[in-house]
Design a protein around this ligand. Structure first.
Ligand SMILES: [Zn+2]
Length: 286
């Protein structure tokens, strides 16, 4: 005699199959249903309306996963494209002194401080004329380490001694800023760079802070000469003829993409006759 509250076996199987099925159901296969209905091939239709096995590409989670995958692919493609076409904008690509100026150029130049051997190698690869200079300490906080003397004939006075990153930076500035500006505004080519020096054991004027000149990590540019002969002087031409003034402003503004600190006549009276460049700060351009 059957019990009045007997439950059909199919209902029990149905109840059992309502338990979460984990990975198997995620793959779209209901093992319990398959065991419960041997030989029937395809198990019954999913018993849970939100069973994971029923997910389609239209489900929110899968759509998000698909979107993130496509986004990652797009970013990867963009990075690879920029590595080929604009490596100067990417901080992780090697510095090339011959490459055009980019968003990461100044940062890469300043980062050469940590690798003097690589810095000198870059100068050599670029054909810069220089000599390594022995380290020197002249007073507490004064002197230089890993410096080089630039022996190219364009420097006047000859042989400015600079930290290697500064030597690389003035090379980049000369090539990618001064020469194009001379051709653009003066229809001429650079022949000489007059400077007021690089090394001076002193503090910043009006402050107790050590100057970057105290470690040869700075240079003061007084004038640029071209093949036409007459120097274009910061003191005389900053507010001179339109083409000379435009040339000086171009080499000042272009320096801001190369050096950490750039100071000129518009900064204060102490800089009325020169442009000061160093690698100490980040984008301090006046
Ligand atoms: Zn200076």
């Amino acid at each position: 005699m059957s019990s009045p509250i007997a439950v059909p076996r199919s209902a029990l199987h149905g109840a059992r199959s309502r338990r979460p099925q984990g990975f198997a159901t995620a793959l779209g296969f209901n093992f319990v249903a398959a065991i419960s209905y041997p030989g029937t091939g395809t198990p019954p239709a999913p018993l849970l309306p939100h069973n994971r096995a029923s997910r389609t590409p239209g489900d929110p989670d899968l759509r998000a996963l698909l979107f993130l995958s496509l986004l990652a692919l797009a970013v990867w493609g963009l990075v690879r494209y920029l590595e080929r076409t604009r490596p100067q904008d990417l901080p992780w690509t090697p510095l090339d002194l011959a490459a055009p100026l980019g968003r990461a150029t100044a940062w890469k130049l300043a980062s050469l401080e940590g690798d003097p051997a690589w810095c000198r190698r870059l100068l050599t690869l670029d054909g810069v004329k220089f000599e390594a200079v022995p380290d020197r300490t002249t007073a507490p906080g004064c002197g230089w380490q890993g410096a080089v003397k630039l022996t190219g004939s364009e420097w006047s006075p000859r042989g400015p001694v600079l930290t290697c990153p500064m030597a690389a930076a003035v090379t980049v500035w000369q090539r990618h800023v001064v020469r194009p500006a001379a051709r653009k505004h003066l229809a001429s080519n650079l022949t000489r760079i007059d400077h007021y020096g690089t090394y001076s054991c002193r503090t910043v004027a009006g402050s107790a802070r050590q100057s970057q000149h105290a470690t040869s990590n700075a240079i003061d540019i007084a004038a640029i000469r071209t093949v036409r002969g007459e120097p274009i002087s910061v003191l005389r031409d900053w507010n001179g003829t339109p083409e000379r003034a435009a040339f000086l402003r171009d080499i000042h503004d272009g320096a801001c993409r190369v050096f950490g600190t750039v100071l000129g006549p518009d900064y204060n009276r102490a800089h009325r006759d020169h442009l000061h460049f160093d690698l100490a700060n980040w984008n301090f351009c006046r």
